[in-house]
Design a binder for this molecule. Structure first.
Ligand SMILES: [Zn+2]
Length: 96
């Protein structure tokens, strides 16, 4: 059984005390919009706090660029000229 994980990009961290595997436990709020990952050693149970970093907002899966394009609306919107609209309204009023 291979232990290699092809998709693994993060370097494996080892416990400084026992050299055991450290695993991500939870995320701790570090103030000023920062959060630090808390890791726990699987060997001795030592808790290691990662360096606090700015907690990024939830990544959006859909691209906002396309959304903006839709938001802008069609470039050429066929809108009846207000003058023509007024004349049309007048003609209908005349016939009515
Ligand atoms: Zn340890």
């Amino acid at each position: 059984m291979s232990t290699d994980v092809p998709g693994e990009t993060k370097p494996r961290r080892r416990c400084a005390k026992c050299g055991g595997d450290v695993r991500f436990s939870h995320r701790e709020y570090a103030g000023k919009g920062m959060s630090a990952a808390v890791l726990r050693c699987a060997g001795c149970g030592d808790v290691i706090r990662d360096t606090a970093r700015e907690s990024a907002p939830v990544p959006q899966r859909h691209t906002s660029k396309r959304h903006r394009d839709l938001d802008a609306g069609p470039p050429a919107n066929p809108v009846i000229d207000p003058e023509i609209a007024a004349r049309l309204l007048e003609s209908t009023r005349d016939s009515g």
